[in-house]
Design a protein around this ligand. Sequence first.
Ligand SMILES: *Cc1c(COP(=O)(O)O)cnc(C)c1O
Length: 405
Amino acid sequence: MTDAAPRFTGSFTQQEPIPEDAIEAAVAVMRHGRLHRYNLAGDEQGETALLEQDFAAMTGARHCLAVASGGYALATALRAVGVGPGDPVLTNAFTLAPVPGAIAGLGARPVFVGVTEALVIDLDDLAAKLQEARVLLLSHMRGHVCDMDRLMALCRDADVTVIEDCAHTMGAAWRGVPSGRHGLVGCYSTQTYKHVNSGEGGFLVTDDDDIAARAILLSGSYMLYPRHLAAPGAEAFETLRYDMPNISGRMDNLRAAILRPQLSTLADRVERWNARYREMERGLWQVPGLTLIERPEAEAFVGSSFQFLLLDWSEARIARVIAACAERGVELKWFGPEEPVGFTSRYGAWRYAPSVPMPATDRVLAGLIDMRLPLTFSLEDCALVARIVREEVTAAAPSPEAGRG
Ligand SMILES: *Cc1c(COP(=O)(O)O)cnc(C)c1O
């Protein structure tokens, strides 16, 4: 790298501001003061109940519950399908820490399933482990959707219930079916780094009356479930209301007000994310030693982050790329190093959940590079980021003809 080499000066963690109409809606809630979701005046329906109705319509789900976080949605879904202490739950070896955390939080035990070079759950490994559990908590990590037709067929045959973690796939689909609508329950996050931003928050969707009623009671509905607009009728709660503990984790009207205008413009943001993703892809096309991630045709994804592989590179060479890119302002995350740095997305790092080493998965994770693509980046920013990565990968590439020459 010479002094003339361009640097990138954007921030990988800066999201767009909250839109003006959402700010106005939030201010209106603060002005009237009824922030608690069940604190309604007259025939008011409340921002939270309306948000649930909006999200149910968007995903085509019969029922929707808005909650305090994505992790809370996962834990509630697991509880609602009957997972309890000691139960094994299948889940991805490559996902974010709140996923195994939701399982461990119930006293249940994660059983990890490997990842492929396409960064999706390894369906052969899943098939081999299906007998070990009755529930799969499937994480569409970094927005990569596996062959959902095959996954659902495998799980149906083995009588395994599927809960989907759609923290990175809100707005995505597989063969036209929205992500989160294949399994019994779909869970989403509305945390700042996801596809809509309320600071913290989450959703759970399902078509199942019983699961929806359980989730609403668990979330702390104080028997006010008739005030929900995307919920089953009162009869679904009749016996459950005595059996479900209250584990408070409700969404509030302030965050719901911030989210509703954002939901209505999600499709537009998805398009802008994907334009940025494609710009990155173009800039990294056919760089020797760098493997781009295949995106299947059936997958409609949301390119809010970008991954590539430096497969079978030595740790030292990858470390060189990371350092050289960092020096030029490009923040890459690497899943390779033994000690997790600033993030934990690797099964081996979760010592509370013992695992058996998976060599094929370890090979992928050792070469996996990840970055965010916030909408505050312009297409030119993405082209520059791709150029910097391309130059530094080429400079550090192992084979002589791909190297400095
Ligand atoms: C963010 C995230 C979650 C949890 O969401 P929170 O709202 O932060 O609790 C779950 N799964 C994945 C893959 C995530 O990235």
